[in-house]
Ligand binder design. Sequence first.
Ligand code: WTA
Length: 665
Amino acid sequence: MGHHDEHLSAHVEKIQPPTEFFKNRPEGVEPYITSFEQYQEMYTESIEQPNKFYSKLARENLHWHRDFEIAKFPEHGFYNSWFVGGQLNASYNCVDRHAFKNPDKPAIIYEGDEPNSGYKVTYGELLAQVSQLAQVLLELGVKKGDTVAVYLPMIPEAIITIMAINRIGAIHSVVFAGFSATALRDRINDAYSQVVITSDQSKRGGRTIETKRIVDQSIKECPQVKNVIVFKRTGDESVPFNSKVDLWWHENLPKYRNYVPPVPVNSEDPLYLLYTSGSTGKPKGLVHSTAGYLLNAIVTAKYVFDLHPEDTIFTAADIGWVLGHTYVCYAPLAIGATTVLYEGTPVYPTPTRFWDIIDDYKCTQFYVAPTALRLLKRAGDHLIKPYDLSTLRALGTVGEPIAPDVWEWYYETIARKRASILDTFWQTETSAPVLCPIAGVTPLKPGSCSLPFFGVKCAILDPQTGEELKENDVEGVLAFASAWPSLTRTVWKDYKRYLETYFHPFPGYFFTGDGAARDKDGFFWILGRVDDVVNVSGHRLSTAEIEAAILENPNVSENAAVGFPNELTGQAVATFVALKAGISGAEAEKIKKDIILTVRKEIGPFAAPKEIFIVDDLPKTRSGKIMRRILRKILVHEEDQLGDVSTLSNPNSVGDIVNIVKAHR
Ligand code: WTA
């Protein structure tokens, strides 16, 4: 680290954003930012005078039940509260204010798993259903400050649910519906949710998923859960229904009026918690505050994506991840735009679903993880040529690094050099983009997420000394040197862990967990996680969590999980497993299958390791620490760069593992 690799970016020149961006827009829709200088002025004000900057934005963009007294308190440093003294309600901001003005405008365009199986939900209809579900929750005893668990597929009811929960001042805890019963159980219990909202089954890529059965399995060990609200997605008769606990969505909502007043909450009251993986085995429930989160959802969507009320945005992300929270649900609705909610996969039944959606609904913004782009690029450009795609103005990516060739393909084949490509870096912790171009304005470099967004001061630190590397052309770990409205406030019921995870590694900074470089032009390049987090198809996985899951298998004595590069999924997980004494041969082969099942059961199918190597011994230091670095090098065939292994407690293990990996490939 220190001075930054020549090959990476030093010679990548800036591309000016397409000038057509400013022409290709519906009449009356003016860009929010028209020049790079305007971005720079706003950025400087956001850092130097945050109170002035954010007071104005918050009053322009949010409806307040009671005005706030101060935007940022204290005005400098970390550990701030935002919009103190103010009261607001998120569902009022996302639903009511648009429903009153434009009841017939589509809020949601739902595209089902099967082509042509979707429908639209207007703002007026949304307000009615949100109000009805809010009353069901009140009747079940849910109060302000309670958490409600959500385990739903990508259907409009997911958005209705999120809005109904925040309407009564409760806190939603959405669990990605690909998580297993065990993972769901842990999240329900950690949040102490007493009500769960789910569907009978789910549909994805033509397959049926037993959503309700997974919930039933998980709540066997959640003694506090009193009720489960079930939306009928497929109507399959065999799905179990326990009338002591379960309530049908379609039977209960119509019992209530189509309007119930929203409950104003304080700015800093939690809006939601969202579990995410870190270096240790136990997922953290990150808490986001109501006003700060909602404001930054709006502000990033406006300025980065040029999202206007007249627009239709298609974010191809699950509502169970932060991208889905902010860019499928909150930002589009808070602005009063139309959001496309797509239930299925990019390739079912054909790899043209995204392009069909964009043309059919005249989408103006599209946002997706690079993993889907790699898949669709591979499917062949002849499939894309027939599409118009001319309504698109801004095309985003997030979740993992985008390789320059995929970036260029996105720009030429999908954007057709008319729309801006936006490589946006953010995290569940930041809840909205923090390093990103401004559409139409920021010069672009394929593979770089460019420059910081308003309020965000990014620092590159020397990983050994923690010293900030202030000049350009440096490489190190990425940290934030400022706080802004949507930075996570705490870990649910564990403020100590929040401080330990984010603030203690590098005092004076918020640590992201990512490595990064800043090039000679001051542009940022994300180099991937420096902790035990692996990014598989944009899904953030903790290797520590995978290791803990594998240890549940009674035949396993030790294991180490590490990430390695994969062409399609970005990274994949390999695991090195030592079995209990006396197990070998056919029995060991069978255990590999069991290990996959164990991970599917403990975490979810998406976390299953791609490769499993049965080994006698794992390389360890004299103090017993497993040397995962060595395993990573072996996986990428860099066994000649392992350095001195003779100081390990078991140096022979290394040669054995090299042979096992070679034999396998
Ligand atoms: C990675 C997703 C490179 C990064 C919104 C981060 C990225 C983690 C980018 C957060 C990007 C996100 N380029 N890497 N543009 N965006 N990442 O919490 O490692 O699911 O720390 O939030 O994804 O993942 P999370």
